[in-house]
Ligand binder design. Structure first.
Ligand code: ADP
Ligand code: MG
Length: 250
């Protein structure tokens, strides 16, 4: 079966010489939610930025990232960015219009859709994230949780098939976090979720990928990997509290 995402031996060095990704290979099957965990600086954000073509590859020749079986290249990059929605870690990097409605409409407008279709998508996306009627609100006056959901609405309005989320629960209070979790659970797309929130991984992700120093050090079922205390400790992570008394095969 064709994977939603396939990465083959991806290496990336930033222009200043920082080697951020070393020989990354993995597949994410369609419809799965896959967690991406690892200490700060492991390369999680850099990897997400490669999955929707935001960052170029340092290698020439055979392409290293395939979306729905299709290698990302210059000819399909705009289409890939639409199909693979990226939610940035900081909503401030994503929200730049005076109103929520304009922000959510930005993507669909860039796609050249008719006004009526843009309005329909904005309405549906805001409804999906629980923010119906927020069109004329100012993004910078919203709560952290609401901002995050406006960003998600903007991505969903482009009708992607894959969602990449960079630390989506950071800076949210418990209620905002809970609302986001249930929203992601109700969003039936392939999702790659980079996070330090290991309890969120347990609740949302069927699989996790563990990264450290630009490499993938493990990829497997969430409960199995997160219950592996030596693995977690080796890579600067902790076994989540909710797993303290749980056996991986319960
Ligand atoms: N724009 C950049 N220029 C140079 N180095 C960077 C840049 N962004 C990240 N890095 C470096 O790349 C490595 C991976 O960073 P990052 O992908 O942000 O990790 P993570 O998201 O897991 O914390 C780190 O060593 C980081 O310092
Ligand atoms: Mg990061």
């Amino acid at each position: 079966m064709t994977a939603a995402i396939e990465v083959r031996d991806l290496c990336y060095t930033y222009p200043d010489g920082t080697e951020a990704l070393r020989h990354i290979s993995f597949r994410a099957e369609t419809g799965l939610r896959v967690g991406l965990i690892g200490p700060n600086g492991a390369g999680k954000s850099t990897l997400l930025h490669h999955l929707n073509g935001l960052l170029p590859e340092s290698r020439r020749g055979s392409a290293s990232v395939l979306i729905d079986g299709e290698p990302i290249d210059r000819s399909n990059i705009l289409d890939v960015r639409r199909r693979v929605g990226l939610l940035f870690q900081d909503p401030g990097d994503q929200l730049f219009c005076p109103t929520v409605g304009e922000d959510v409409a930005f993507g669909p407008e860039q796609m050249g859709l008719a006004d009526g279709e843009v309005r329909r998508r904005v309405r549906n996306a805001l409804e999906h994230v629980g923010l119906s009627g927020f069109e004329s609100r100012e993004p910078h006056h919203l709560s952290a949780g609401e901002k995050r959901r406006v960003c998600l609405a903007g991505v969903l309005a482009c009708d992607p098939s894959i969602l990449l989320l960079d630390e989506p629960s950071s800076s949210l209070d418990p209620r905002g976090r809970r609302e986001l979790l249930s929203l992601l659970r109700q969003t039936p797309l392939t999702q790659i979720i980079a996070s330090h929130d290991l309890e969120m991984m347990v609740e949302l992700c069927q699989q996790v990928v563990v990264m450290d120093k630009g490499q993938i050090v493990a990829h497997g079922p969430t409960l199995e990997l997160l219950s592996d205390e030596p693995l977690m400790l080796r890579h600067g992570l902790e076994r989540p509290h909710i797993l303290q008394h749980r056996h991986p095969h319960d």
